[in-house]
Design a protein around this ligand. Structure first.
Ligand code: GRG
Length: 297
């Protein structure tokens, strides 16, 4: 069987090289935030979301170059969320992806502006895609909603901050599922839906991919919670064991490591069978799903 870490590495090398087209050399003062955007985008990152998008689009025969600006814009938006999450007023982290966080490498104001810049640039880049105007509009709306404050990533981050200090919930597993579905899940659902849009998928195919992405999102977050407890800081590239120190409500604090792992395994088994319908074209997606359980960073 092919090695997904090698496939991901090869993909990331090409993707990173291609990303550079969006960052012309800019050394004057006004480009400080632009350079900070480049710093955070290019230093590390597994590129899981763009890979997921490219592989989903490939189920329908969409070429790499057609999907590239869509994938690049998603990685920009994801990187903005990491920069802002690391800020002193949020998670207050010194390291991200094995490098000093944006506010440590630059300063807090520049990091806020770099996040703003990546969020904005994401929509500019998405709209340079070599696709029809109607697809651009659909993808713009989908991405804005996935990242947004109503039922997207920002709403998930709000609930996450709230559950840090309010532990009075009667059904904590429902709260945590809902939080993570928005905070982490929406940006994993988007690449699956975007692949379906790019590939003119049928409604059934699109729904299957949405279900697949839901399982992936929860399993991804469970692995993240487990890594926070048992991971190696040097490999993960950030400070660990923060969830327990902050008495954070998450899958591991509710179920414990073993039960959480078993739950994630069931979700990935189900995710794999959901995409059986795409045959051998879904092999990389299946390997990627398994990697969501086994990744060490
Ligand atoms: C600040 C609006 C705002 C949102 C923050 C994404 C997020 C919401 C917070 C990050 C905190 C966190 C560690 C969430 C767990 C899920 C997650 C997004 C992990 C990082 O994703 P990876 O592992 O990272 O794909 P790389 O670095 O490989 O891109």
């Amino acid at each position: 069987m092919a090695d997904i870490t090698a496939i991901l590495q090869q993909y990331a090398t090409k993707f990173n090289k291609d990303l550079e087209i969006y960052f012309p050399k800019a050394e004057d003062k006004e480009h400080r935030a632009f350079n900070a955007m480049h710093y955070s985008l290019m230093n590390g990152g597994k590129r899981l979301r763009p890979f997921l998008l490219h592989e989903t689009a490939a189920l329908f025969g969409v070429p790499y170059d057609t999907a590239f600006p869509v994938a690049a814009s998603l990685e920009m938006l994801h990187t903005y969320s990491l920069i802002h999450d690391d800020l002193p007023s949020m998670d207050n982290d010194d390291f991200r992806r094995g490098f000093p966080t944006c506010h440590k490498a630059y300063d807090e104001a520049t990091a806020i502006l770099a996040g703003d810049g990546l969020l904005t640039y994401a929509f500019e880049v998405l709209n340079t895609s070599p696709i029809s105007d109607s697809k651009k509009v659909e993808l713009t709306l989908l991405l804005a909603r996935a990242a947004g404050a109503y039922d997207g990533m920002v709403a998930g981050q709000v609930l996450d901050l709230y559950t840090d200090t309010h532990q009075e919930f009667a059904h904590p597993e429902e709260v945590i599922k809902h939080t993570e579905e928005m905070k982490t899940g929406r940006l994993l659902r988007y690449p699956c839906e975007a692949g379906a849009v790019l590939g003119n998928a049928t409604a059934d195919e699109r729904n299957t991919l949405i279900k697949f992405s839901r399982n992936l999102g929860i399993a991804f977050q469970i692995t993240d919670d487990i890594l926070d407890v048992v991971g190696d800081e040097k490999v993960v590239g950030k400070t660990l064991k923060k969830d327990k120190a902050q008495a954070k409500l998450n899958f591991v604090s509710i179920y414990g490591v073993d039960k959480a792992k078993a739950f994630a395994t069931d979700l990935i088994n189900e995710a794999e069978s959901l995409i059986d319908t795409f045959g051998a074209k879904a092999d990389n997606l299946k390997m990627l799903s398994r990697y969501f359980l086994t990744r060490n960073h």
